[in-house]
Ligand binder design. Structure first.
Ligand code: ADP
Ligand code: MG
Length: 256
């Protein structure tokens, strides 16, 4: 079953200089699939994710999530759709510094008016799964980058979204924490059948995906599938990145 489809999706930023960030992007993602998106800096990865996340509007084409075009919803319905159906993970965690780790995790449920007791039960269950049960009463500035990102993941999945969108979630992490985060995302994908889209510069992170789409200058460039071996997939990803050129093959971002 298809969960996401983009059809001829395009984005032109019209500021002082008109810039075509995305050309004509069509692809679909099956329910439960874990798909990576790679490409050089400035190739349009974040723009693509933001159009799918309905954070920004396309200038052409459409997005369907579970058969629904969220860009056609009115203001309130769209806010509800985003809150209930989507989960977001960002490079810089986006935790609220005035809330504890526990309060950050339950934020999406707070917005839905869930009972405090239900929220805390759910938070403890997720925290156990993600290995952050011992930091629930800490403040964001007291925890490590890896723990902060696992908190952000917990917050992104606590309301069981249909689609989880992550933009460079390992971008600020050392290699050990990156692996932890990717293993956490993989476990969530397997256990919950969550559909996930991961934008990343990091070939090792991308090698956890089932399939990787490459974009160059706002257009789809290539697509490769994982198969059985993560190691072989990692090597294939590196090969495509070399062909892609640009700074996609920046050695500093390849962690072996
Ligand atoms: P990536 O995430 O692959 O690095 P982006 O999607 O952030 O790429 O950006 C794609 C292109 O669109 C870049 O050339 C960038 O400068 C431009 N761009 C991104 N956001 C804006 C914006 N709000 N206004 C104008 N241009 C933008
Ligand atoms: Mg980006």
């Amino acid at each position: 079953m298809e969960l996401l489809r983009t059809t001829h999706l395009g984005k032109i930023y019209s500021g002082q200089v008109v810039h075509r960030a995305l050309g004509d992007i069509s692809f679909s993602v099956e329910k439960g699939e874990f798909v990576g998106i790679m490409g050089p800096s400035g190739s349009g990865k974040t723009t693509l994710l933001q159009l799918i996340a309905t954070i920004d509007n396309p200038t052409s084409g459409e997005v369907l999530i579970d058969g629904q075009n969220p860009h056609q919803l009115g203001h309130n319905a769209l806010a509800r759709f985003r809150r209930q159906q989507l989960g977001f993970i960002f490079q810089d965690y986006n935790l609220l510094n005035t809330l504890t780790i526990l309060e950050n995790i339950v934020l999406p449920l707070t917005l839905e008016g869930e009972k405090v007791r239900t929220m805390e039960e759910k938070a403890h269950r997720i925290a156990d799964r993600l290995g952050i049960a011992s930091i629930l009463n800490k403040w964001p500035y007291e925890v490590s980058g890896g723990q902060a990102q696992r908190t952000a993941i917990a917050r992104a999945i606590i309301h069981e979204p249909k689609l989880l969108l992550a933009d460079e979630p390992t971008g600020n992490l050392d290699s050990k924490s990156s692996r932890d985060v990717m293993e956490t995302l993989t476990a969530i994908n397997r256990a919950d059948g969550a559909t996930m889209l991961l934008v990343t510069h990091d070939a090792l992170a991308a090698s956890y995906c089932h399939r990787v789409l490459f974009i160059k200058d706002g257009e789809l460039y290539n697509e490769i599938h994982r198969g059985d071996s993560q190691q072989a997939f990692f090597q294939k990803i590196i090969d495509v990145l070399s062909l892609l050129g640009g700074n996609a093959h920046d050695l500093s971002t390849i962690r072996v």
